[in-house]
Design a protein around this ligand. Structure first.
Ligand code: ADP
Ligand code: SF4
Length: 692
């Protein structure tokens, strides 16, 4: 299909210093939890982005020197020449598809306690390291020789970056993560020499490093600068006015300005806390400060909005991390007039959790993310089916929908039966909760794709029993019937039911999502789930005028959301709304009109009056259909059934990303040799042993 003429502007090439990007789609650097441990998997992941049409594809932050490692986080390393082949593999994969390859050189300094190398961290001023884990380590203040050394190391890394084949060699001064940011910010730079104090002094190192990098590789490589235009730290940090003055001092030194916010959590907010394009105000004046191209991010998924930003001269290139993770083929789809097929990011930050848990990146919307090499999955292309025997899928939640669309694209005949009158399962329900509306995109994308597949038929309002399934006689049956929240308190803390008086009004998230509200005014939410649900329910009930106490055995609300960089936003919102937070409390018993809870440390017990209790604990798989079918295995042969599988929450409740992955995995594995578990079913990279 021809593309929309209004999107043409996104396909105009643009010069970035000595190199030319073929279009305006720019995958900004983003972490992925693979780094030096999974270099080939990572190279393939970046290569797929290039295949999907991104004009520029960048690495994550790449540690440039062994005196600053960011352990336990797993990023790339360019410590010496031996690291060049790893990086070269990635540049090669990116070049295979005509994209430019960018490398983000990083010296973390104050952000790394150097847990791996055990070197003393260095910083403009010797503060305690600014890590996520309050490490009991302080950096030392750099002296002039340290600064000279650092300049030499950065030059060496730039040279290696070029040798590895990169076209853009970054100077990273963004997100309060880059060492150069620390020099710029009054918060971190208390020096009294020519590198501290006045604005000019604080910018000095950035100026030197930009000049060094340009001298070293600037004849063939572009030198972008990633820069935070607001630290959101009040008068202590870099604010917009000061950032403009700083840019004024080095405006023409980089070949491109990559504009961001500090810290990372403010730059990559979830959709619950920031809409698409929230940072757009940052870009307003940028083009008047420099003649160099400007790139900025905003979780953009709408090509109309992207084109308008370029047309209006706000941005020259559209920066995307998450939209390129959710849909590596976004540019390709815009180019071919297939904007309906864009798999839009939902802004959940499950991708970020890969980095925070040091595990390979995963994405709620794109189950192939991180699996391109190790499982051979592609975001768009599917192996044709090996046989014509049809598949019956029961349940159209994320697992069933993903299985249906992937099987359909493989060419199988699929029937998808759903009890409800619409598809989406938990996604449809949860998207109605405060701040989660964009999660509906998980359903919408799959529903849209299935609608284009004549070989997939969806039957709504169709609750299937085991008798139905046996009667229909589909050779392969997939049960994706989901899960429901427990009413007995069993979860992380209690592995046996807690005593609950029948006189107390007790609700679960399922009932609240179905429209029930607590009858009385005071509500205690016991959150032993620790992801988003407890906090979201608290928000909802507070908005409905209830006095809400959120009780949790953890130290904070929704503690797992540290991995999605939301925790402090959630806690702040609840506190601002007047939700009382009771941390370190264990719910022992629910009585007629009160709860008994004890201190998680001392066991000291306290009673608190309440009209209603909401249990946000764990879920029970809705696998009755599956269990009955297994119990009636002796009838399968006669019914023509070969296999019955249970996937997603019906198998074991987890995140939406898990359910989507399970759906894709079923579709990928169908008609492949059965995985007995005796061998590792995916590829992994094993380090070659050194001589000893
Ligand atoms: P998952 O996250 O594993 O996809 P969900 O709970 O989101 O699970 O979705 C499960 C879907 O299965 C729900 O939409 C539910 O209505 C549907 N379902 C459950 N039992 C049956 C059944 N017996 N027949 C048809 N649909 C069912
Ligand atoms: Fe977007 Fe969520 Fe995928 Fe990250 S995991 S790219 S936020 S959909």
């Amino acid at each position: 299909m021809p593309r929309e003429p209004s999107h043409d502007i996104l396909f105009e090439p643009i010069d970035i210093g000595p190199v030319r990007a073929k279009n305006r789609f720019y995958q900004v650097p983003h972490c992925n939890g693979m780094g030096y441990r999974d270099p080939t998997a990572l190279a393939h992941m970046r290569g797929i982005k290039a295949e999907g049409g991104w004009g520029v594809v960048c690495t994550e932050q790449v540690e440039i020197h062994h005196t600053s490692d960011i352990t336990p986080f797993i990023e790339l390393r360019l410590w010496d020449d031996r690291d060049v082949p790893t990086l070269a593999r990635m540049a090669e994969k990116i070049h295979e598809h005509g994209a430019l390859a960018g490398i983000e050189l990083a010296y973390n300094g104050l952000n790394g306690p150097n847990l791996y190398g055990r070197e003393v961290p260095m910083a403009p001023t010797g503060f305690p390291v600014a890590s996520f884990t309050y490490d009991p380590v302080q950096a030392r203040t750099m002296d002039k020789e340290d600064i000279r050394n650092l300049r030499r190391w950065h030059r060496a890394a730039a040279r290696r970056g070029r040798e590895a084949g990169f076209d853009l060699v970054y100077v990273y001064a963004g997100h309060a993560l880059g060492f150069f940011h620390h020099f710029l910010s009054r918060r971190y730079n208390h020096r009294t020499d020519e590198y501290g104090g006045s604005l000019e002094n604080r910018v000095r190192i950035l100026k030197e490093i930009l000049t060094d990098t340009r001298e070293e590789v600037g004849d063939t490589c572009a030198v972008p600068c990633r820069f935070s235009v607001d630290e959101i730290a009040g008068p202590d940090g870099i604010d917009r006015a000061e950032a403009e003055d700083m840019i004024g001092l080095v405006a023409e030194l980089p070949d491109l300005w990559d504009i961001c916010l500090a810290g990372w959590e403010s730059d990559s907010k979830t959709s619950r806390f920031g809409p698409e394009g929230e940072q757009e105000f940052l870009y307003e004046n940028m083009k008047s400060l420099t003649s160099k191209p400007v790139v900025g991010v905003g979780r953009y998924t709408s090509p109309d909005r992207m084109a308008s930003l370029v047309r209006k001269g706000v941005l020259d290139l559209i920066g995307c991390a998450r939209p390129s993770i959710a849909d590596p083929f976004l540019p390709h789809k815009v180019e071919n007039g297939r904007t309906d097929d864009i798999r839009e990011c939902i802004g959940c930050n499950i991708c970020v959790s890969g980095d925070f848990t040091m595990s390979p990146i995963r994405c709620t919307q794109n189950p192939s993310m991180g699996e391109e090499w190790r499982r051979g999955w592609h975001p768009e292309y599917f192996r044709p089916s090996r046989c014509e025997r049809p598949v019956l899928i029961v349940g159209a939640g994320p697992a069933g929908l993903e299985a249906a669309q992937a099987l359909g694209k493989r060419g199988y005949e699929v029937v998808l039966a759903e009890r409800a009158t619409d598809v989406g399962g938990r996604v449809s329900r949860e998207a109605g909760l405060p701040g989660l509306a964009q999660w509906r995109r998980v359903r919408d994308y799959r529903e849209g794709q299935i609608g284009k597949l004549p070989n997939v038929n969806v039957y709504l309002d169709s609750e299937l029993s085991a008798d139905h399934v046996l009667e229909f006689g589909f050779p392969r049956v997939v049960v994706a019937t989901g899960a429901r929240w427990r009413r007995d308190g069993v979860a992380h803390h209690w592995t046996r039911p807690i005593p609950v008086s029948p006189a107390m009004e007790l609700l679960t998230p399922d009932e609240i999502m179905a429209g029930a509200l607590p009858g009385g005014s005071s509500v205690i939410i016991w959150d032993d789930d620790h992801y988003y649900m407890g906090g979201v329910i608290a928000e909802l009930l507070r908005k409905k005028g209830r006095d809400v106490t959120l009780m949790t055995p953890a130290a904070e609300v929704s503690t797992w959301t540290r991995n999605t960089m939301e925790q402090h936003f959630i806690q702040a919102r609840l506190l601002e709304m007047g939700v009382e937070i009771a941390p370190h409390r264990v719910l022992d018993e629910v009585k007629d009109d009160r709860v008994v809870a004890s201190c998680a440390f001392t066991g000291a017990s306290r009673q608190t009056a309440a009209d209603s209790v909401v249990l946000v604990t764990s879920r029970l798989p809705d696998n009755g259909l599956y269990r009955e079918l297994v119990a009636r295995r002796h009838e399968w042969n006669q019914a023509g059934i070969e296999s019955v599988r249970c996937i997603g929450d019906a198998d074991a409740p987890a995140t939406i990303a898990h359910a989507v992955f399970a759906g894709r995995r079923y579709a990928e594995d169908l008609d492949e040799p059965v995985d007995s578990g005796d061998t590792v079913s995916f590829k992994r990279e094993i380090t070659e042993l050194s001589a000893c």
